[in-house]
Design a protein around this ligand. Structure first.
Ligand code: IMP
Ligand code: MG
Length: 184
């Protein structure tokens, strides 16, 4: 656990409103999700885990270590936020996976589902490439999104409708290295 001085060293002295999910909360839930995902994919089936960068990088790193199957990992880079705390509605794909997705089981890993714009743009694009299956796993879900093209099969936590940082989540690229999730 980070003490107050360690936390200050990572935030530049900024006071956080409150810690929403502690390191222990996250570790416990991520381990459970890994077990649930393992159980959902029978042995012998191939699985490509696609992390949505940048926000999912820490979650994905922890999650895949709890998936007891042979998997491959690749990443997508989509940008939906500028420097603010509100979704712009626009999603740009900056990096596209090299791994072919045709005929494969895909597990798309998201840090947080907010407006749903990102998923609503990405999922049809991935489906067009003819994967065998597409499932979503999100650490956090604000339950705001209307008309999601596909609901995540695995959700870590139903998150409060606040702007959250830490454990990969940023505000203007800062705070991704906090080991817990806090409200800004
Ligand atoms: P959506 O397209 O509105 O669902 O938002 C998707 C992306 O916005 C997420 O993958 C995050 O990178 C970012 N985002 C949404 N809510 C938050 C938040 O509370 N904190 C930090 N980033 C967020
Ligand atoms: Mg972000």
């Amino acid at each position: 656990m980070l003490n107050t001085a360690d936390t200050h060293a990572r935030t530049g002295g900024l006071e956080l409103r409150r810690i929403v999910y502690s390191e222990e909360d996250i570790a416990r839930r991520v381990a459970e999700m890994g077990q649930e995902i393992t159980a959902a994919y029978p042995e012998g089936e191939d699985l490509l885990v696609l992390g949505l960068l940048k926000g999912s990088f820490i979650f994905l790193a922890d999650l895949v270590r709890h998936i007891a199957r042979p998997i491959q990992v690749d990443f997508l880079v989509a940008a939906s936020y500028g420097s603010g705390t509100e979704s712009s509605g626009e999603v740009r794909l900056l990096y596209d996976p090299e791994a072919s997705v045709a005929g494969r089981n895909l597990l798309l890993v998201e840090d947080i589902v907010d407006s749903g714009n990102t998923l609503n743009r990405l999922i049809p694009m991935l489906r067009e490439r003819g994967p065998r299956s597409v499932e979503l796993c999100a650490l956090l879900h604000k339950r705001i999104a209307k008309n999601l093209v596909q609901e995540p099969r695995w959700v870590g936590f139903d998150a409060p409708r606040e702007f959250l940082i830490g454990y990969g989540l940023d505000h203007s690229e800062n705070f991704r290295n906090l080991p817990f999730i806090a409200s800004l």
